[in-house]
Design a protein around this ligand. Structure first.
Ligand code: AHG
Ligand code: MN
Ligand code: MN
Length: 335
């Protein structure tokens, strides 16, 4: 790959501006987020030398031990997102409350929700991790700057994206006009368009679930997985393959590349919390990306983007990917 063969992230975004009127402020903000992701990628790659792969002594608001790189990645997001004067507030997995960057939140201001480092249990293992973000534009000024004021459903997102820190560093975004994937060209400081118009095929033979939770599954999930496992002799009359990276970003990237369905459903053990994955900065942005690529995203009962959040760190069941499989799992829930 040479630089000349591919649009740079800026060239691509300027085309989006000409074709769709994407606001320049959003373009600058996304360039800052891209810088944060490039820096995080570098910090992860040098983590073994810097001694930063392990845990801190702190826990976050969800009661999870914070890794040093969770905190480092959070700092990068906070610093780079604050460059944009339209950003009114930041919501992070690693912070208890909303961080307000302005005294007043006007119509047109942005709220950014992010999981600075997703899959951080994989850090010491040199297995892919990622960052996830979601951007909402306020339609009206906010009367009060409270945590409740930013409980906005995913259907209001104007942009979502993730960066995958794998063998290469990817940046995948949607601004509501399809999904496009960029790769960081090492040494150039630039993300180049390498995967234009990413789509999720409707059909698939691959699913991803943490099967160690089988005894907690609800009947609809147990039935779906049983039928996949039964292979050619079962009701599906075909073989299924399974993957589980334990990094949602890596699972979503696989699904955008070759299809599949990802399940982290609500189950008997996590039901009291609403599920495992967080709505505002994990489920919603991934749902927006997957739907923009032609896939579907549901909790089993409702579309993820239609869920009305009631808490900043709210959790929900997540079933997303190839539309035929998500439709089938939804139907099993209705049964
Ligand atoms: P985080 O590292 O931000 O807490 O999120 C990890 C998430 C997600 O990436 C992954 O799909 C899931 O947790 C893994 O869960 P298990 O440990 O149950 O496999
Ligand atoms: Mn996460
Ligand atoms: Mn995280």
């Amino acid at each position: 790959m040479t630089k000349d063969d591919h649009l740079t992230f800026r060239q691509f975004m300027l085309n989006e501006y000409r074709e769709h009127g994407t606001p320049k402020d959003l373009i600058f903000l996304l360039e800052d987020i891209a810088t944060a992701c490039r820096t995080i990628s570098h910090k992860i790659r040098s983590g073994a030398f810097a001694g930063t792969l392990g845990a801190t002594e702190d826990t976050n608001v969800q009661g999870e031990t914070q890794k040093q790189l969770d905190v480092i990645a959070n700092d990068q997001f906070m610093m780079h997102c604050a460059n944009c004067s339209r950003v009114a507030a930041l919501v992070s997995e690693e912070l208890d409350n909303v961080v307000w960057l302005k005294d007043k939140a006007e119509a047109g201001d942005y709220i950014i929700y992010f999981d600075p480092l997703d899959g951080s249990s994989n850090l010491e293992l040199n297995i892919s991790v990622g960052s996830i973000f979601s951007i909402v534009e306020l339609k009206e000024p906010l009367a009060e700057l409270t945590d409740e004021a930013v409980l906005i459903p995913g259907s209001e997102q104007i942009c979502a994206g993730y960066s995958l820190y794998g063998p290469s560093t990817s940046l995948v975004i949607t601004t509501g006009h399809g999904v496009n994937g960029f790769t960081h060209l090492n040494g150039s400081g630039e993300f180049l368009l390498t995967f234009p118009n990413m789509t999720v095929p409707a059909e698939t033979n691959e699913y991803a679930i943490n099967a160690s939770r089988q005894k907690y599954w609800e009947p609809a999930i147990a039935r779906y997985i049983d039928e996949c496992l039964a292979g050619v002799d079962g009701p599906r009359e075909r073989k299924f393959n399974m993957r589980w990276v334990a990094s949602m970003v890596a699972e979503v990237h696989r699904i955008l590349t070759r299809g599949g369905v990802f399940l982290y459903p609500r189950d008997a053990e996590n039901a009291a919390m609403g599920g495992r994955l967080r709505l505002l900065y994990e489920a919603s942005p991934m749902a927006f990306i997957i739907e923009q690529a032609g896939g579907k995203a549901s909790t089993g009962e409702v579309q993820i983007m239609d869920l009305m959040p009631t808490d900043l760190h709210q959790r929900c069941g997540v079933i997303l990917g190839s539309s035929e499989e998500v439709d089938r799992i939804d139907a099993y829930h209705r049964d």
